[in-house]
Ligand binder design. Structure first.
Ligand code: UD1
Ligand code: UDP
Length: 374
């Protein structure tokens, strides 16, 4: 199979690290980077550290307003996909790159697979929810982490092409763990030698809203432990714009590499985050998590008792900064067994997907766009 994988943002590079390796054992993968994330600490660093194949194409779209960014990605992606003429396009998660990849593929009649399908926060005020709902509804192959996602998709009328695979982030977590500690610099080792919490923030609903951002950071004033805070570029920009100073208990860093992040997550007392990936990694590492959002699509970690929803409620966050939430004794396997990438590739090789690819090729061969001759 000739597969185009579209990536653009940090969590997509992390997921492709494990999926590319398995996919490339038997198939030809072409990696297209939209350029949504472009700072070395948000993009190239992950390709180097995780041995991800270099992108074959970088669209260089960069930072734009939400509608504009998807539009520009689509404009640049469409001729690239047309030229590459793959059997299948694979997108992941819920970013603007996910949506653009999905729309570009389907506009050209290319079969589309969505990794991490079926997740819902049911909060349509966030771009992530719009991106994941829209992508699920046009995808042909839906690769979900668990049975609950199957039920959510069924409730929306999506029943065919759904495969339960587990979470590729868990695959990578297990594979990368032995290398994580050694990746810590002496300075990070020193920093992590005393008890600390870990904080990450980047969601628009928090960092574009001065009141929410101010409330979250204020909750750490007077904290009994230091909070180590690798700062996403969006958040750095907004803290400066709103003139919000961090309390001395928050120790800000540049964004970290994946291995350093895993090592710090494992040693943290509590993880405070609005990231979907970091909340799952907290669960993998059996570290209590406080989610700084009003809703989450990772409700399974909340139901299991390992994740608390605090939104941007200063009082609630402060309470868990002072007194870490107690965690249950049970830690069920919510994210598979570390073999998600193998299951995903098997689903892409299934007879149904192969029939779909053959039929889409036939349809494309009989079509000619009037715009092509204009
Ligand atoms: C995006 C995704 C979000 C995901 C996150 C992962 C969307 C709508 N959002 O959010 O779902 O959780 O990535 O990290 O796709 N910036 C830089 N350098 C970079 C990248 C971004 O300075 O390399 C700054 C720019 O000012 C930019 C802002 O961060 O405008 C936001 O970046 P953007 O990619 O639009 O959204 P994220 O917040 O990163
Ligand atoms: N991450 C990282 N360095 C950091 C912060 C996060 O490597 O400084 C990793 C984190 O371990 C996880 C992924 O980035 O694997 C999550 O991505 P992010 O929080 O950007 O997006 P989300 O998961 O919310 O979409």
């Amino acid at each position: 199979m000739r597969v185009v994988s579209v990536v653009g943002a940090r969590p997509e590079f992390i997921q492709v690290a494990v999926l590319s390796r398995v996919l490339r054992r038997r198939h030809h993968e072409i990696l297209v980077h939209t350029g949504q994330h472009y700072d070395a600490a948000m993009s190239a660093g992950f390709f180097d550290q995780l041995g991800i194949p270099q992108p074959d194409v970088n669209l260089g779209v960069g930072s734009l307003g939400p509608g504009e960014q998807v539009g520009e990605m689509l404009r640049k992606l469409s001729p690239v996909l047309e030229r590459l003429d793959p059997d299948l396009v694979v997108v992941r998660g819920d970013t603007n790159s996910t949506l653009a990849g999905a729309l570009a593929a389907k506009a050209l009649g290319l079969p589309l697979a969505h990794v991490e399908a079926g997740m819902r926060s049911y909060d349509k005020s966030t771009p992530e929810e719009l991106n994941r709902v829209a992508t699920d509804h046009i995808a042909d192959v839906l690769l979900v982490t668990d049975g609950e996602a199957v039920e959510r998709l069924a409730a929306e009328g999506i029943r065919s092409g759904v495969h339960v695979c587990g979470d590729v982030m868990y695959d990578l977590y297990l594979q990368a763990l032995p290398r994580a500690e050694a990746a810590l610099s002496p300075a990070l080792h020193e920093l992590a030698s005393e008890p600390y919490d870990l904080l990450t923030l980047h969601r628009g609903e928090n960092v574009d809203d001065a009141a929410r951002l101010r409330a979250i950071v204020a909750a750490f004033a007077g904290a009994p432990r230091r909070a180590i805070f690798p700062v996403h570029p969006r958040t750095r920009l907004q803290l400066e714009r709103f003139g919000i100073a961090l309390p001395p208990e928050i120790f800000a860093l540049e964004p970290l590499g994946y291995l350093e992040m895993l090592a710090l997550e494992r040693r943290a007392s509590v993880i405070f985050t609005d990231s979907g990936g970091v909340a799952r990694e907290a669960y993998f590492a059996s570290v209590p998590c406080v989610t700084l959002r009003d809703r989450t699509e990772w409700t399974n970690t909340v139901a299991a008792g390992w994740n608390r929803l605090a939104g941007a409620n200063e009082t609630l966050i402060r309470q868990w900064v002072r007194q870490p939430p107690t965690m249950p004794l049970e830690h069920p396997a919510l994210f598979g067994d570390g073999g998600a990438a193998d299951r995903i590739v098997a689903a892409l090789e299934s007879s149904r997907t192969c029939a779909l690819i053959a039929s889409a090729r036939k349809t494309r061969a009989t079509r000619a766009s009037p715009a092509a001759g204009a």
